[in-house]
Each structure stands twice: as C-alpha cells, then as structure tokens.
Design a protein around this ligand. Sequence first.
Ligand SMILES: C[S@@+](CC[C@H](N)C(=O)[O-])C[C@H]1O[C@@H](n2cnc3c(N)ncnc32)[C@H](O)[C@@H]1O
Length: 317
Amino acid sequence: MTTATSERYEAFAVREAAGQSAVYERLARAVADSADLIRCLDRLPGGKRQPNLLFAAVRVLGGPVDAPEPFEEWVLGHWDDVADTMRSRLTQTNEPRRCATLLPFLASLEGPLALLEVGASAGLCLYPDRWHYRYGDAVVGDPDRPLLTCEPIGSFTPPTRIPEVAWRAGIDLNPLDVADAEDVHWLESLIWPEQAERRERLHTAITIVQEDPPHLVAGDLNDDLRALATQAPEDATLVVFHSAVLAYVTPGDRMRFVEQVRTLPGHWISNEAPRALPEITTLVADGRKPTGHPFLTAVDGHPAAWCGPHGQSIELL
Ligand SMILES: C[S@@+](CC[C@H](N)C(=O)[O-])C[C@H]1O[C@@H](n2cnc3c(N)ncnc32)[C@H](O)[C@@H]1O
C-alpha cells in the first residue's frame, strides 16, 4: 500500500513512536498496513488524519489500544464516532514542563511580568512561578511547590530567581478549560499511553490552573494578539511566548505573526521546531547544531537554547 496516509503512519511509527511508545509504534504500523483503516482516514480532511489525533480519539471514546487486531476491529466498528471526534477535536497537547525551558529567560527580564501565550491550549505553561525546578544539581525556587526537572546539556548557569507574574493570558483557536471534565479527558488522552510521568504532571498543572484560572481568549494568534496585548497592565513587562504552535500555521501566517509580534512592546520568546522559524534557525552559529530533534528557543528573534520538545532538556547557545 502506498497512499500518503499509509506512509504518514509508517513514518510516525519510525520517527516519532519508536523508542517512545511501543503501543503507538505497533498501532501506527498496523494502520499503515490496513487498507480498510486507510480508506476511512482518507475520507477525513487532510489536516485531520494525524496518528496522534486518531489514537487520542480512540482512547477518549474508550476503545482498545493495547494490540493492533482489537484496535482495528473496534475502530472500524465505531468509525462514525471516531471520525466525529477527530473532526471536532485538535491536537492540543499541553506540556507544563516547558516552563522549565522558559524560566531561565523569563528570570532574566525585568519584572513583574505580563505573560501572553499564543496557542495556549489550556494555559498550563502560563504558571512558571508556581513550580520549583531542578536543573542537574541546581534547585531553583521554593521546594514546597511541585517540581519540574530539566536536564542541562553543556555549560549551564541556572536562574537565580523565580520571576513575579502580574498577569497571565492566552489565545487559542479552541481554549481548553481545566474545569471541564471532557476537556481534561481530552488532555489526558493526548498523552501517550506509557508516559505516566507526564500524566501525573498534567494533573498537578491542572490543580494549579484551577486555583487561579488564566484569561484565555478563543481566537487566532494573528487576528487577536494586539487586542489582548493592550489589556496587559502597563506597569508590567509584556512577554508574548509560544511553544509547539507555529507548525500548525501556514508559512504566510507565521511571517505575519513575526512581523506583528516585533511591533509590540516588551519581549517575545519562541520555542518551536527549527523548521518553524527558519530565519531564526539560520542565525544559530555553525557548530552549534543539535543532536536529536530539539526545539529552538529564541528571545526577541535571537537563538538562545536548544530545548527538549517537552521541556526535558536545555542547552544554552
Ligand atoms: C501542540 S499545542 C501546544 C500547547 C502549548 N503551547 C504547549 O506548549 O503546551 C498547539 C496549540 O496551538 C493552537 N493553535 C494552532 N493554531 C493556532 C492559531 N492560528 N491561533 C491560535 N492558536 C492556535 C492549537 O489549538 C493548540 O492548542
């Protein structure tokens, strides 16, 4: 079988699931080899056929994912429900550990800070001041708060303080609400089956956000950014940031976003796959290419660190 969808599932098995999730690796290969499943997926719009979306949809509906045969049988038997869920939901994985790779840069800015995240999902990354952190042997912040760990690679000077956050707000095409059981179930279903540590962190983050919810706006990162930015308190430093978002946006809209964010007061922190902002990635000095597939974190358009995509590591540039 050689359809683009089949190749996409095979590539997901090899490049993303292998070594991370034996369950999803098996399922992705089974989907790639199943003419029936590929025919179903090909009836969905192109942007709605992703492996992560299919697997999360099956899990949120209570379908089996442990073995390929029952998975295929169940998906074919419940295709209308699976397709409805895939049409109505987005891949909105929200990883609070990304706070650990933002912290060194946020801590270097004059506070208090007004945080504005575009592509915020449920807003779990808007609370860098509510955790404490361990970078190798260095502990930062109040040990009574929950812990985020991040592995420093190479020479790393840990931040010396936790910044004060005066305001937190976000924009998302579909903001998720941590007080809504269905949204929480969706966030849980987006975490891969073997990643128990991420599930635990998600629940800790949800508790933090429920105690003091952020101002989340349903909208587009280009159309609604300026209006939200003007709501930030004037005596705080505005920081617009985003993580794992621009891959979902067309190259033209990415350019429009970069042009707009550069005109706002304050600072801009991007944390994206290197190909999302190629004009920043080309500024990384030769010889500082990463191993693996990290994100590039940049401050005001200047490369600052290679970071693990889920905030698990940081290598300062
Ligand atoms: C993979 S999630 C990342 C969530 C969060 N930034 C994090 O790091 O955990 C990407 C988010 O971007 C949002 N998104 C995609 N395109 C967008 C757009 N044009 N405007 C606003 N949000 C968008 C999606 O709805 C989704 O919640």
